[in-house]
Design a protein around this ligand. Sequence first.
Ligand code: HEC
Length: 312
Amino acid sequence: MPAPYGGHNWHPMTYSPSTNLVYIPALDLPFMYGQDNAFRYNPATWNTGVEFALTIPPESITEEVALRAMVKGHLAAWDPVAQREVWRVQHSGSWNGGLLSTSGDLLFQGRADGMFAAYQASTGALLWETPVHTGIIAAPVTWAVDGEQYVTVVAGWGGAFGVASGIPAQDGNVIRGGRILTYKLGATGALPTPPMPEALPTPPPMTASADTVDQGELLYHQNCSVCHGGGAVSSGVLPDLRYMDEQTHQIFQGIVLGGAYKEKGMVSFSHVLDSEGAAAIHAYLIKRGHDAIEERRLLAEQSQSDSAPAGG
Ligand code: HEC
């Protein structure tokens, strides 16, 4: 069953009168549904009656990495008369951008993996792609001045899934915020390389009990995950709470209960959390900071063994 985001969300589809096909930016998203039997109205969050505890990532980090690999999307070419898919391009990420088809048999799409691409509309063959250093969700447009044709796209990451579901458009050097990019044939301009990411701060030592961390995990997924990401993995649009700096750790209660960052859009949660609850969430985030270090070590090990010569 599709996640609440559907098999396709708002990202514009396109129809090409040249191929008579409809092109769909489709989502392949797993989701665990369950009834929240202890449901009570919470003025601070979504009130869907869905058991948010089921959206907590699995305990094992290898399982979590495997689960994240299931979060994908694809580009589908659909024949509306025959009611069948004609071709499909599988994408590695989900929440890919809207579409533009042209009479020159081209199909443009920006992707979650930070690429802007052109496909052959009749076959799905990849003709051209270029890095834009952020995920794209918007649909491109095309226009002409004095007989010269341009393709323009708003490059930037966000939207409901982009904020909530914490799959980084690209790990590392992602541009926060959007840009308008315009392309034409024979152009020579180049995008500046984004700065390398700063070293991630190390989380403070874990001192809380396992019970407190569990309680924090639940409270986090009831109150915070729709903006800061499931499992505290941020998409990069809002701060990743696994990588808070020392000062943020110190004023954590002031932010979460005191409303210190109200002007930035982070309101106080004192109407739904007490200081014990906020401390439990803090403990959970510290644990997730340590998990992230372990996860990076595992991924580095995996990529090393993937590139190691066979039989050596
Ligand atoms: C409706 C969206 C939303 C929800 C829900 C939300 N936050 Fe935030 N949070 C924000 C925004 C926006 C910021 C500020 C972003 C910025 O600095 O640009 C922020 C910032 C923060 C920061 C500062 C991080 C830093 O490194 O500067 C902390 C800590 C934080 N939030 C904790 C929480 C906790 C804990 C919860 C749940 C109790 C929560 N937030 C729920 C939107 C949200």
